[in-house]
Design a protein around this ligand. Structure first.
Ligand SMILES: *Cc1c(COP(=O)(O)O)cnc(C)c1O
Length: 362
């Protein structure tokens, strides 16, 4: 017998909805009347075509993606988008604005530097990325080919609560750890991208949502596989897409739809985050290092201020079935990632455990 399922607070790959996992288990050996697993299917077969089309349709419905945007199912993770974005979008001035709010933003900007000129408009490195810079239109370069932001900073636990006004400059956002968790107005962006393994499925799939007018010829020397136009023209089937990850993503999107969609899950996510932050604000042992107004609903970071006590907490929590609470290796402390699939009971159990730990360690 396998071990009972735990509450997994991992930042990614992370917890997935049990209903979707069960359905995948049921369909593992034979999908519908196909007589084979989805893993064994040709990506060009009728049943598989229906799967990828349904995945796109339901994503469009849930995120209200307008018709003048293409949805691409790619591979290579969000990190590959750090390169694909500049290779495909740096076409007029060869300049791009980046707002540096954490490690992934930093990496994205460094990758862009290989292909063009990066203007670091603002950075919250001065306070260990514990806040989101508040910017106005005057802060941005009107000649930039695009402006890049990291909407939710998975490692530090911050998120934008406003959409920067960049005027006519297309806004590009890494939404890896916030996609599907709260309403996002797609029309405010030129391009959105997300690695699936945070909140929409298993690793191996990267979703790109791109406004059609931004799909053009990339800079000279761009490999075929890194060209948005190729993937857009071929319906994400230029080569073999990550078929099983897309199928899992479809099951998770269907689950979310049954839950009432993004507005419904957003309410639950706000409630979950409030339970945790309210406790942190009243705790004498644990502290939340992030600026209140910029707190992430998905990745909640906290510390005791004592590295040994932090380690003891993480270990003791794991023994209670509350696993992967250790903070990112670069920042230490703790981090509870509470994506869509984390039930409210998991958060309540975590807070109850923190209260008990606090009592024992005062
Ligand atoms: C996890 C993460 C990445 C890196 O994603 P990969 O799919 O591993 O390349 C980039 N940006 C954000 C915001 C992330 O959370």
């Amino acid at each position: 017998m396998a071990k009972e399922r735990v509450y997994n607070f991992s930042a990614g790959p992370s917890m997935l909805p049990e209903e979707a996992l069960k359905q995948a288990a049921e369909e593992m050996l034979s999908y519908g009347d196909a007589g084979m697993s989805v893993m064994e299917m040709s990506h060009r077969s009728k049943p598989y075509e229906a799967i990828i089309e349904a995945a796109e349709a339901i994503l469009r419905k849930l995120m209200h993606i307008p018709d003048n945007y293409k949805v691409l199912f790619l591979q290579g993770g969000a990190s590959t988008q750090f390169a694909m974005v500049p290779m495909n979008l740096l076409k007029k001035s060869g300049k791009a604005d980046y707002i540096i709010t954490g490690q992934f933003a930093k990496k994205a900007a460094e990758e862009c530097e290989k292909f063009g000129k990066v203007n670091r408009v603002a950075s919250s490195a001065d306070k260990t990325f514990s806040y989101i810079p508040k910017l106005t239109k005057a802060d941005f370069d009107p000649e930039a080919d695009y402006c890049h932001i990291t909407y939710n900073n998975t490692i530090f636990g911050t998120r934008y609560t406003y959409i920067p006004d960049t005027g006519d400059v297309p806004l590009v956002a890494d939404i890896s750890s916030i996609i599907l968790s709260e309403e996002i107005d797609v029309t405010k962006f030129g391009l959105l991208y997300a690695g699936a393994q945070k909140n929409m499925g298993p690793a191996g799939l990267t979703v790109v949502i791109i406004r059609e007018d931004l799909i053009g010829d990339p800079i000279a020397g761009t490999p075929t596989m890194l060209t948005y136009k190729i993937h857009a023209e071929n319906g994400s089937m230029y080569n073999t897409p990550p078929t099983y990850s897309i199928y899992m993503c479809k099951l998770i999107l269907e689950w979310l739809d049954r839950m009432g969609g993004i507005s419904a899950i957003q309410k639950i996510n706000e409630e979950k985050a409030a339970i945790l932050y309210d406790f942190l604000d009243s705790s004498v042992l644990f502290k939340a290092p992030v600026e209140k107004e910029d707190r992430s609903l998905m990745n909640v970071t906290f510390v005791t201020g004592d590295a040994d006590l932090d380690a003891a907490f993480v270990k003791a929590a794991a023994a209670e079935g509350l696993v992967n609470l250790k903070g990112h290796r670069s920042v230490g402390g703790m981090r509870a990632s509470i994506y869509n699939a984390m039930p409210i009971e998991g958060v309540k159990k975590l807070v109850a455990f923190m209260q008990a730990f606090e009592k024992d360690n005062k």
